[in-house]
Design a protein around this ligand. Structure first.
Ligand code: TXE
Length: 467
């Protein structure tokens, strides 16, 4: 058996049977057998079934939120918000099967049309920071497009995914359509990536593992979507609403205890307002309530594990330039206080690596060109923000930042209806929004000759020699 811990108490909250390669293969086989009939379900019926699953999830929001809050150590208010997003994601994609449109293309001698075909069995590998939300971003479009799937949750947070599997069956999804393998990444995840009957892998996690997945997927020419790490810049100009920007900046790093790929963990502040900005930030940092995830007043929980806490600690050595330090509980639980480092140079280790904990780096800049250069001086490119009252500059800088999601006068990143994903080493492909659906399909082109013997293909001399 393997134990699932509660990070706020370090106590065991569940014991699960060990699963390995054989169980992964069995799940892929179930998905493979279920695929032809799931693919054949009419778009309207598939839509009804997905709405049914959304209803089932909506009915269980509170218990799912409590489960996630305990298992991932996140404040219950945040967990409720996440479960609402899970429901919203299923509802959004429940509307998709009937909108999976192709094109007709004018060609000579006949009619050319395209279809969006499902891929088959897809493998979905998700992390522990937003366990069910990130699973939903993948599961809902994959099912809507007619695929069957194997979902592998993170070792530390498998419980909500297992609930999803149970609710899907209860909501009437046929057996074998949605399978969960709660095993390790090294064994079960790796097997999904290498499995000859898995057509695609969608992964959210570390850049290092993502790199390995891209390499391993090449063996079977698998389609991959990768959503990886980040080191996003929150650029604050002197003409911004400083109080609002400073009140929001800590939340954009310390939300989910900093374990967020979109964390704006590099706060770039124009030098002329640097000290004032830090002064305003202080109040928000000290207002954070770090504690029991199930307490309604809590705004920041513990880190996910002892190992994560050790990794985070290494970014705050004795001589670190700690400008603000919040408080955290003692005793059992993987606690770490919110810490603001300032001033930090963009070349410092804390500013270059994804810390994935409540550590913010505040970096001064001189002017617009310098701000863009520093913002882009990173291997990552997931998200970012620009704060200014100058609309033209806001758009100029937003366009110049090499990142997939940039907000102006806001630190939000994710909406069910809009695309989300990374530039550079933050990933490949996009999730959410209408186009995510296409990432779970192949485009098929069908030509129907209406004037036999004519048409461009017949005239191509190379056709018989084509591969
Ligand atoms: O992630 P992993 P970890 C970053 C963050 C964090 C670091 C380590 O910086 O500190 O990654 O976290 C599965 N083949 N992010 O170690 O290992 C694994 O079981 C196939 C950013 O938890 O990448 C889990 O389900 N799968 C990130 C998932 O991959 C494998 C979110 C993620 O685990 C595998 C999480 C393998 N060889 C961490 N090895 C984000 N972008 O939000 C592991 N897995």
């Amino acid at each position: 058996m393997t134990s699932v811990l509660e990070p706020a108490t370090e106590e065991v909250m569940a014991e699960l049977p060990e699963v390995g390669e054989a169980e992964t293969d069995a799940a892929v086989e179930r998905a493979r057998r279920a695929f032809p009939s799931w693919r054949a379900v009419s778009p309207g019926d598939r839509s009804t079934l997905l709405h049914g699953l959304a209803d089932a999830l909506a009915e269980h929001v509170e218990e799912l939120a409590r489960l996630e809050a305990r298992n991932a150590g996140k404040p219950i208010g945040d967990a409720r918000g996440e479960m609402q997003m899970v429901v919203e994601t299923f509802r959004y994609y429940a509307g998709a099967p009937e909108r999976l449109l192709g094109k007709t293309i004018p060609v000579e001698g006949g009619v050319d049309m395209t279809f969006r075909e499902p891929l088959g069995v897809v493998g979905l590998i998700v992390p522990w920071n937003f366990p069910l939300v990130i699973a939903a971003w993948k599961v809902a479009p994959a099912l809507a497009a007619g695929n069957t799937l194997v979902l592998k949750p993170a070792e530390l947070t498998p419980l909500s995914a297992l609930e999803l599997e149970r609710l899907a069956l209860e909501a009437g999804l046929p057996k074998g359509v949605l399978n969960v393998v709660a095993g390790s990444g090294r064994v079960c995840g790796q097997r999904l990536v290498e499995h000859p009957h898995v057509a695609k892998v969608a992964f959210t996690g570390s850049t290092a593992v993502g790199r390995g997945i891209a390499a391993a997927a090449a063996g079977t020419i698998k389609r991959v979507t990768l959503e990886l790490g980040g080191k996003s810049a929150n650029v604050v100009f002197a003409d911004a609403d400083l109080e609002q920007a400073a009140a929001s900046a800590p939340i954009a790093v310390f939300g989910n205890a900093g374990q967020d790929c979109c964390a704006r963990s590099r706060i770039l502040v124009e030098r002329s307002v640097f000290d004032r900005f830090l002064f305003h930030m202080e109040e928000t940092v000290h207002a954070l309530r770090v504690g029991d995830p199930l307490d309604e007043e809590t705004t920041m929980g513990p880190l996910i594990s002892a190992a994560q806490r050790e990794a985070v600690r290494s970014y705050v050595p004795e001589d670190a330039p700690v400008a603000i330090r919040g408080s955290a509980p003692e005793g059992p639980g993987f606690w770490f206080p919110p810490v603001v480092l300032a001033p930090v140079a963009n070349g410092d280790r804390a500013a270059r690596e994804e810390i994935f904990g409540p550590v913010a780096c505040v970096i001064p800049f001189e002017d617009e060109a310098d701000a863009v250069a520093v913002a882009n001086d990173t291997v990552y490119g997931l998200s970012g923000s620009v704060w200014t009252r100058d609309g033209a500059r806001a758009l100029r800088v937003a366009r110049a930042i090499d990142a997939g999601v940039v907000s102006i006068n806001s630190n939000t990143s994710v909406r069910v209806t809009t695309p989300f994903g990374g530039f550079k080493q933050s990933g490949v492909g996009r999730e959410l929004g209408p186009d995510a659906l296409h990432a779970y399909t192949e485009e098929k082109n069908v030509y129907y000759a209406t004037e036999p013997g004519s048409g461009p293909a017949a005239a191509l001399p190379s056709e018989s020699a084509a591969p």
